[in-house]
Ligand binder design. Structure first.
Ligand SMILES: [Zn+2]
Length: 191
């Protein structure tokens, strides 16, 4: 990303991997090559996220099994958070646990109440290898936990139990059958 440029404006839009694709269900590896190749990946991830109308995206969602995620996400006070994090570690989860609506670009056509902490802090590096951290609350904390999960090989539907899980997986199968690719019931809830 050049200084002052819009994230994703020089990136390539990649097709999104969907629930059931093995790359989404295995832990991602640490990124070890920083600089140009990783900046290119981050650009492609922003382009792909914006094209799909999401607020966050993990690298394995475009088929790259590296610990990288991007976000352009509001918190509950409508403050915009824009950035990326490489090789993140979850260093704090706090506040109350809240069950709120959550969706995923890799599970189109589905949304389900999912329990998340109200505060999250992650530490890692940026695409150049410089130390970086991100702190989130409210919906942005939900986004950070969702993206971190992706890098662990966990999709949010894995966290659902009982009827919620049944309904979500049934909805995912139905959407896949119908070929529905771009549902927009709550675009801001899709990460
Ligand atoms: Zn997701």
């Amino acid at each position: 990303m050049r200084r002052g440029s819009i994230p994703g404006s020089t990136g390539t839009v990649h097709p999104l991997r969907l629930l059931g694709d093995p790359v989404l269900h295995a832990p991602c590896g640490e990124a070890t090559e920083f600089g140009a190749p990783l900046l290119r990946l981050v650009e492609d991830m922003f382009a792909s996220m914006y094209a799909a109308g999401g607020v966050g995206l993990a690298a394995n969602q475009i088929g790259v099994p590296l610990r990288v995620f991007v976000y352009d996400c509001p918190d509950d006070e409508d403050v915009r958070h824009l950035g990326h994090l490489v090789n993140p570690r979850l260093v704090h989860l706090g506040g109350v646990e809240i069950t709120g609506p959550e969706g995923c670009l890799s599970v189109p056509g589905v949304e389900a109440g999912t329990s998340r902490y109200d505060e999250a802090v992650l530490e890692g590096v940026d695409a150049m290898g410089n130390e970086s951290s991100v702190t989130g609350s409210g919906f942005f904390a939900r986004c950070l936990q969702h993206e971190y999960d992706h890098l662990q090989g966990t999709v949010y539907t894995d966290r659902l139990r009982g009827l919620r899980r049944y309904r979500a997986l049934r909805g995912a199968r139905k959407a896949a059958r119908d070929g529905e690719g771009t549902p927009r019931r709550h675009a801001s809830d899709i990460v």
